[in-house]
Design a protein around this ligand. Structure first.
Ligand code: GNR
Ligand code: NI
Length: 172
């Protein structure tokens, strides 16, 4: 297995729409295993393939991400087919948006449809953290980041801070 390099904002790749997986072959299974390893190593509770520079519609997640007890789930070509209610996702963060956290308004409950690792269709009703993870990861598959859901003022402050941090990295 291989640890994948996680792309960070403002890498333009993070804005690309992803392509549906048409054939779950060994290459796809290897990508999934590498994504899971990368998620636990980060550590994070979810990861979309595009964060590792792979423009395919794949997410892995484990709301109880724990290096001791790894039981991650995968969804291929996931879509939100129903959403209801509204909640504040407190202190949301993203592995591709370093050094920043913010409250995000999210749907309270979602129904997600996709394929499992064997290509079988699955439908999952989620609320709480799992619902937030699905909304966050499925956003990634459309090139959307959680900072797109906050005020322009806060987003611009983050952009400036991030660009400044990247410039100072270059001069060290
Ligand atoms: O690890 C992660 N934590 C998290 C916390 C609140 C809401 C969403 C997330 S997902 C994030 C990992 C990540 O960036 N996935 O794309
Ligand atoms: Ni993220």
């Amino acid at each position: 297995m291989t640890l994948l390099n996680i792309l960070t904002y403002p890498n333009p790749f993070l804005r690309l729409p992803t392509n549906p997986v048409t054939d779950i072959d060994d290459e796809i299974r290897e990508i999934i295993a590498d994504m899971a390893e990368t998620m636990y190593d980060a550590p994070g509770v979810g990861l979309a393939a595009i964060q590792a520079g792979i423009d395919k519609s794949i997410i892995v997640y484990d709301p109880e991400a724990d290096d001791q007890k790894r039981d991650f789930q995968v969804l291929i070509n996931p879509e939100i087919i129903a959403a209801e209610g509204s909640m504040t996702s407190e202190n949301e963060g993203c592995l591709s948006v370093p050094d920043f956290r913010a409250d995000v308004t999210r749907a309270q409950r979602v129904t997600v449809q996709g394929l499992d690792i064997d290509g079988n269709p699955v439908r999952i009703d989620a609320e709480g953290l799992l619902s937030v993870i699905f909304q966050h990861e499925i956003d990634h598959l459309k090139g959307v980041l959680f900072i797109d859901h906050i005020s322009a003022l806060k987003r611009n402050m983050y952009k400036k801070k991030r660009i400044k941090a990247l410039k100072s990295e270059q001069t060290v």
